[in-house]
Design a protein around this ligand. Sequence first.
Ligand code: ZN
Length: 264
Amino acid sequence: MRRHRDQVFAGGWEPIVDLATFYALAEALGDSKRRTVRRGIKRHLLTGIARCSLCGQGMGTRTPKPGGGVRYACVNAPGRKGCGRVTILAGPTEEIVERITAQSSRLIDCGLPIETVTTEAELSSLRTGRAEDQASLEQLARDHYSEHVISRAEFLAARMPLQERIAAAERLIDQAAMSRPEVCSEEVPTSQDSGESGIEERRRLITACLEKVLIRPAPRPGTRRFDPTRISVVSRAGEVLAVVQSATMAFELHDGDGNVRLAL
Ligand SMILES: [Zn+2]
């Protein structure tokens, strides 16, 4: 058969399939339920968030070969500028990234090691201390300026440590507030409890915490085994953190100075 201006003519050649089979087949191929790639819908959690470390392009997905899992892939195809040299198994990559975002309130670089990040109790005692110091400072000013019970030298000497303590408390309170942004609280759901339906919601949680996820190529081309140490992330603060395997074979997230920032 051949088509000319929307009219179909019988071709002058021997048909491979009869007409009834042809139409049945055409209908089946055109059926949207049969399509395996839904255009325009981001079906995978890290599409566009995961980037190829070699060329920087956003990764798409590759339909699995029989027996294999879906893979994120740097796509080198017409209209896609990727280098085509990096692919990684999608499922376990998503799991690692969601484990990172679930704990990301501990990720923000506040210039303090994790152990010294203030707890709620410490924070409230810092606030009480600051209020007491501010009250003392006001009393001191009254003693000097209005009641004249202390000299200027005494006033200045007593004022200095109070001001320093207040400034230090304020720094710690600000840092604690910065390390607990609302969007990245500990209550971020993981893939286990939010299911597949909330994919856009899960994507929003990831992009709220991470600027991007970088995927390095496999050390040996063609390696199929999943290697989490090929994954690194860039936090919203611009910090690059890499997945590293510890001496005890556990996976950890390290910063550029080799400090352990999260256990994964
Ligand atoms: Zn690439």
